[in-house]
Design a binder for this molecule. Structure first.
Ligand code: AMP
Length: 451
């Protein structure tokens, strides 16, 4: 399937060619013809799947075919969870629409910046408005726009929107929208709440369900490194230098944490910058521009700041602090290995977060080998947890308790077989509880010192 077979017009094909896209991604091949035919779409699509072009291209084509009315009308509304994603989608709309015979007026609005310029810009309406819901509602309250002429509504990253309180906002936005419209719904995950929202706003949708990108293209190498919490910054520095990582996106739980880690890295001579929601929009944009241009080596970000970022060929993502949920984990590591590029996602696992990481693995049905790096072996104390030796776990082939004890005793200095790093002495060897035994886990060793 090629782009020219999807029914897109010549100016759009030219913009695609200029981006050097060879073939449509699966979501593009599935969604573009349906959207062009005017149908509603409910698509499960992750960041990195090419979903933005999947809805922007046909949306633009539809707009060129429909008549533009004078006034403060918005013709297409794209709702996104964060400012970064808003800016990114706005940029995509401009880029894909640049060869269209009639210019497409695209506006991007989000909170955290002055509302006045946005109100002024909306004076003559907009062909495409990309908005975060909170600021959209502010603008509606200020009478700055009318949504009555919206012919296409897009919800991008609907699960993220809901996580940020969209359910209540949607109730107010939907009252301003016409019933007669095309609605396109994109979400990485479909919890009951997401499905209910989709059901509420879509009419007889075409459902597109593609296998998650991560499973389709396992091009992200996931690593879990055991380290004591106070030594994480040193380890991060060591890994960056040792592996020659040129650009690293590091996730830290708090705003203070991002500043603190960035500061320590800078003092150690590395180019690091913090990115969090309390920075001014200008500072955030600048940090991203610098990171994309390679002027910053490590971008230390909170989840909110990093959500939806599209940084092409980002080689490494580090979970300095683990994400809160398994879904967040998938989102975070999806920042690397994008559009087919190879990526590495490293998670730091400490005695405190060990159980939480196991839960993330279990929820995402994956098992990640625990590694230790020589010189950074954890020494922090926690109650003993099970040790599973060998890559086993296939039913009927599990080693007996005695076998495992014998095996562990036989290894004078047990070694992580993959990294060749040494497991510290004093590990507890214990039969795993059945509930903690994951058949899919390729676990060479998991262990902790005794109290
Ligand atoms: P998205 O999932 O929309 O965030 O897109 C992820 C990345 O894939 C972006 O950097 C796009 O520029 C890129 N992309 C989108 N469509 C294609 C395509 N057909 N071929 C190659 N790259 C693409």
């Amino acid at each position: 399937m090629s782009f020219s077979q999807l029914g897109l017009s010549a100016p759009l094909l030219r913009a695609i060619a200029e981006k050097n896209y060879v073939d449509p991604t699966p979501i593009q091949a599935a969604a573009i013809p349906v959207i062009l035919s005017g149908g509603d779409v409910r698509a499960s699509a992750q960041t990195g799947s090419g979903k933005t072009a999947a809805y922007v291209l046909p949306l633009l084509q539809g707009l060129t075919l429909r008549r533009r009315e004078p006034g403060r009308w918005v013709r297409a509304l794209i709702l996104v969870p964060t400012r970064e994603l808003a800016a990114q989608v706005g940029e995509a709309v401009r880029r894909y629409g640049r060869f269209l015979p009639e210019p497409i007026k695209t506006l991007v609005v989000y909170g955290g910046v002055s509302i006045n310029p946005q109100m002024m810009a909306l004076g003559g309406g907009a062909d495409v408005l990309v908005a975060t819901p909170g600021r959209l509602l502010d603008l509606i309250e200020h009478n700055a726009l009318s949504l009555q002429a919206v012919s296409v509504l897009v919800l991008d990253e609907a699960d993220r929107l809901l996580a940020l309180g969209f359910a209540e906002e949607w109730g107010r936005i939907t009252r301003c929208l016409p019933l007669e419209r095309q609605s396109l719904f994109f979400s990485a995950t479909f919890s009951p709440a997401v499905t209910a929202l989709a059901d509420a706003l879509l009419r007889d949708p075409h459902i597109i369900e593609l296998a998650p990108v991560l499973k389709e293209e396992p091009r992200i190498e996931e690593r879990a490194i055991e380290v004591d919490e106070p030594r994480r910054t040193q380890l991060l520095r060591y890994l960056t230098e040792e592996n020659g990582w040129t650009r690293v996106l590091v996730f830290v739980a708090t705003k203070y944490g991002t500043e603190h880690v960035a500061d320590k890295l800078r003092r150690a001579g590395l180019d690091a910058t913090a990115l969090h929601g309390e920075l001014s929009q200008g500072a955030r944009t600048q940090a991203l521009v610098d990171f994309k241009a390679g002027r910053i080596r490590l971008l230390i970000a909170t989840d909110l700041a990093a959500r939806g970022l599209d940084i092409e060929e980002l080689p490494v993502v580090v979970n300095y602090d683990l994400p809160r949920s398994a879904v967040d984990y998938v989102h975070r590591i999806g920042r690397t290995g994008r559009a087919g590029a190879h990526g590495v996602a490293v998670s730091f696992v400490s005695a405190e977060t060990h159980a939480h990481f196991q839960l993330i693995e279990k929820r995402n049905v994956r098992g990640i080998l625990r590694e230790q790096i020589e010189g950074f072996e954890p020494v922090e104390i926690e109650p003993p947890v099970p040790l599973v030796l060998g890559g086993g776990g296939i039913k009927g082939k599990r080693k007996s308790k005695k076998d495992k004890l014998r095996e562990a005793a036989g290894l004078a200095r047990p070694v992580n077989l993959e990294t060749k790093s040494v497991i510290p002495a004093g590990l507890v060897v214990k039969e795993p509880e059945p509930k903690e035994f994951f058949p899919w886990a390729q676990r060479v060793m998991v262990g902790r010192r005794m109290r």
